[in-house]
Ligand binder design. Structure first.
Ligand SMILES: Nc1ncnc2c1ncn2[C@@H]1O[C@H](COP(=O)(O)OP(=O)(O)OP(=O)(O)O)[C@@H](O)[C@H]1O
Ligand SMILES: O=P(O)(O)OC[C@H]1O[C@H](OP(=O)(O)OP(=O)(O)O)[C@H](O)[C@@H]1O
Ligand SMILES: [Mg+2]
Length: 287
């Protein structure tokens, strides 16, 4: 690929985003660092330079225009107040940003007036409190926020929740609606001019990885007389590929199926007469 300049992409270097972000870029055909002490890496085949940065700092670099595109969490982007926006959802590091208090306190958002709230996301929290007309004292912590109540520095916390295990272990209970629902996103500076053509190529490739994650390839053999019934069950995107089979009166079918419910579909296809059914993972898929 030839371009005037390298496309500069910020990739999280630590935390919940780092591994899945690198894995997704690898799946999209890009080189990624193999040594976690490397700060940058140039993929010369694609004219892309990756910068490995703290996830929290990524929106700042993108908002200032120092780098072209970045991968970060939506919650971190909103918290930063940076002049940047999400241009693509990436489907990993899904979490909710929520309030929690000591078990049995049955708090509500209206009770937060005058309380001390510990958080690592003060920007996100303050914007929510302003919207709800709540006045509270924010206690800014870097992490392990769940310990703040036991240690007496806060009455309530607002933190990232995934499985809820960390909260439960700290004896805390959620209350109120989620303040924010987050996942990893690709971000770009607002009104940030034209990017080199590698940016579109990157988005197309990431989309093909996401599509591949949502579909499986299914192959099966079926008697010609039963083909219509199996086609109805699994119509595919533009109709299945039907090929000859050496066995007289039979055919081989290949079709893309949604990953969700694929095993149930396999059962139904078998009942409808399909045999030798195979399900295969896709590495990438452009529809
Ligand atoms: N346990 C989790 N499950 C899913 N997503 C998570 C989890 N923890 C954090 N996240 C999400 O990942 C992103 C980065 O958060 P993370 O906690 O990894 O950053 P950090 O706290 O700056 O890094 P570190 O924890 O290494 O200091 C955020 O968008 C957050 O919502
Ligand atoms: O609901 P769970 O599945 O338990 O996950 C949520 C926890 O994961 C993150 O912590 P992290 O490991 O990033 O540590 P940190 O608090 O120091 O940032 C987050 O801040 C919560 O503490
Ligand atoms: Mg964290």
């Amino acid at each position: 690929m030839t371009s005037e300049r390298l496309l500069r992409i910020a990739v999280p270097n630590k935390g919940a985003l780092a591994e899945p972000a690198a894995a997704m870029l690898r799946a999209a055909g890009y080189r990624q660092r193999t040594d976690s002490k490397d700060l940058t890496l140039i993929d010369t085949d694609h004219d892309v330079e990756f910068y490995y940065l703290r996830p929290r700092d990524i929106a700042v670099y993108i908002g200032r225009g120092d780098l072209d595109l970045g991968i970060t969490g939506l919650d971190m982007l909103l918290d930063s107040g940076a002049d940047a926006s999400e241009i693509m959802q990436l489907g990993f590091a899904e979490s909710r940003f929520r309030f929690a208090a000591r078990g049995g306190e049955s708090m509500s958002v209206a009770d937060l007036n005058g309380k001390r709230i510990a958080t690592s996301y003060p920007g996100l929290l303050q914007a929510y409190l302003d919207r709800e007309s709540v006045t509270a004292e924010l206690v800014k912590l870097d992490g392990a926020v769940e310990s703040a109540i036991r240690l007496g520095v806060a009455d309530v916390i607002a933190d990232v929740v995934d499985t809820g295990t960390t909260l439960r272990r700290a004896g805390l209970e959620l209350f109120g609606e989620p303040i924010c629902t987050s996942e990893a996103v690709l971000i770009q500076r607002n009104g940030g001019g034209e990017l080199p053509p590698q940016a579109d190529a990157l988005r197309t490739r990431l989309t093909s990885v996401l599509v591949a994650q949502n579909y499986l390839m299914m192959d099966y053999n079926v008697e010609l007389s039963k083909l219509e019934a199996t086609k109805q069950l699994a119509p595919g995107v533009e109709g299945p590929t039907v090929s000859n089979l050496a066995k007289e009166g039979w055919c081989a079918v290949r079709v893309l199926v949604p990953r969700k419910g694929a095993h149930l579909l396999m059962d139904k296809l078998y009942q409808a007469g399909a045999r030798g059914i195979l399900m295969t993972e896709l590495a990438a898929c452009r529809l």
